[in-house]
Ligand binder design. Structure first.
Ligand SMILES: *[C@@H]1O[C@H](CO)[C@@H](O)[C@H](O)[C@H]1NC(C)=O
Length: 167
């Protein structure tokens, strides 16, 4: 994982894009990192900064790096609009994705129809886009109201014991 390097597709195709929507979140955890045997790199070398080794700091560093890179390139692509989307909310009833938990509600807005909070739900993304031309696309709070919207176990490869209550 090159934390300070924009993804190859972005460097290669930025001149083709009209709208670019980035997002990240759910996969920033030590379980995924270890299972995939990912190693954090900064400046082309394995990361030696112990604080940056902490997954939350690594994510923050990466989000800031990508936004800075994009903001510095945006003047060359005046038609390009860039958004950083906040994370999709988890809708498991009680526990989490790997415990057989469900999100079987089928009634829209059964938990209310209003977002009561004013600020963004993601201080990392909000902090990174501040003062740049990258805009925050804050879908998190509003999507919390739509827990009936998941494909859950009804996807083609779905099984009864694993429910997708994230996407
Ligand atoms: C995230 O990174 C930025 C830039 O390096 C830093 O200013 C900020 O304090 C960091 N935020 C957190 C929550 O660590």
């Amino acid at each position: 994982m090159h934390l300070d390097r924009p993804p190859a597709f972005m460097r290669r195709f930025i001149h083709c894009f009209d709208v670019l929507i980035l997002n990240t979140g759910h996969h920033w955890n030590m379980g995924k990192l270890n299972a995939n045997r990912w190693v954090m790199y900064v400046d082309g070398k394995p990361n030696e900064d112990k604080k940056r080794d902490e997954i939350g700091n690594a994510k923050n560093f990466t989000v800031h790096s990508i936004v800075r890179w994009l903001d510095s390139h945006l003047p060359s692509y005046p038609h390009l609009k860039v958004f950083f989307r906040t994370i999709s909310p988890r809708h498991f009833f009680n526990r989490d994705w790997n415990t057989g938990d469900t999100c079987d509600n089928t009634t829209p807005l059964s938990g209310g129809s209003e977002v009561m909070q004013d600020g963004s739900s993601d201080p990392v993304i909000e902090g990174a886009v501040k003062g740049t031309k990258v805009k925050i696309l804050d879908i998190n709070s509003i999507s919390k109201l739509r827990d009936e919207g998941h494909i859950s176990r009804y996807s083609i490869r779905g099984t009864t014991d694993v429910n997708d209550c994230l996407h």
